[in-house]
Design a protein around this ligand. Structure first.
Ligand code: PAF
Length: 275
């Protein structure tokens, strides 16, 4: 695997490399990332990954400074997963001057759910992903469903800005007890790690109830939040939405997804399940 810290080096290496399948990351890789990289393999002639902890998508009170940086281990995992080129710029390469032009996603899609609790998050994500797309110029890019709203925002950005890039969703990878793999799981204490799968179980209970015909979605959402609260969590939202645009479903809509975010101690966990 070749490692490029500059745009010029990456572009020179990719000239004539054929169809590029791209997986952007912020590092601290787990099996979920590796699955996306393996999925990218057959989608192109070469897999390019990026590793950049993007300051723009962190709020002032969030964990930008403490976000785990595990470069050597990440490189070994990417190489083993078949990544041919890693783009790992520093902040000066990505933001040589304060970023003055941004991609501002539609607030109807970006100021709800995650965006309500992380103001500016999707603006930061869309802006850096747009920059990465223009640097890497992939034909296809793989994004995990674990960040369901992020996947929707990127898909819509690509469509509305006419970018010639296919966006491919990757399934969430879970631990045996159901906990969705996440870089932030590493923040959990042993006791919190044992408690953490409750979020998945609460969302699954909502999913099962919908599948069984329950249509009082507000009651299901409130029930799941109450269960989390009773176990010491601070739930931020549990919401049943339409998969397509994450807007509120009408009475007999199908194609739903249950999404949740909650604090366990000081760790914020998110998860979702398609119904
Ligand atoms: O999902 C992530 O890891 C990040 O939001 C992304 C897409 C790499 C942009 O910084």
């Amino acid at each position: 695997m070749q490692i490029h810290s500059t745009i010029a080096s990456l572009r020179a290496a990719l000239a004539g490399a054929g169809r590029v399948a791209f997986v952007p990351t912020m590092g601290n890789l787990h099996e979920g990332h590796i699955a996306l990289m393996r999925q990218a393999g057959p989608l192109g002639d070469c897999v390019v990954a990026s590793l950049f902890v993007n300051r723009l998508q962190f709020g002032p009170k969030e964990d930008f400074d403490t976000y785990p940086r595990t470069f050597e281990a990440d490189c070994a995992k990417m190489a083993a997963a078949g990544v041919a080129h890693l783009f790992a710029p520093d902040e000066r390469e990505m933001y040589p001057a304060p970023q003055a032009y941004h991609v501002q996603p539609d607030p109807v899609q970006a100021d709800i759910l995650e965006g309500e609790f992380r103001p500016g998050f999707f603006r930061g994500v869309a802006t850096v992903v747009m920059k990465l797309f223009s640097i890497v110029q992939p034909q296809v890019a793989v994004f995990g469903k674990k960040d369901y709203q992020q996947l929707m925002v990127i898909r819509n950005m690509v469509r509305e800005l006419n970018l010639p890039i296919g966006i491919v969703p990757g399934e969430t990878v879970r631990a045996e007890d159901g906990l969705a793999l996440s870089s932030r799981n590493g923040y959990l204490s042993t006791a919190e790690r044992a408690e953490a799968p409750r979020l998945h179980r609460a969302l699954d209970a909502v999913r099962q109830a919908i599948r069984a015909g329950e249509r009082d979605l507000a009651r299901l959402e409130q029930g799941a939040m109450a269960e989390l609260r009773a176990s010491g969590w601070i739930p931020q939202y549990v919401a049943v939405r339409k998969q397509l645009d994450l807007q509120l479903p009408a009475a007999h809509d199908s194609g739903l997804v249950v999404l949740g975010a909650a604090l366990l101690g000081s760790t914020r966990l998110i998860d979702n399940l398609e119904v």
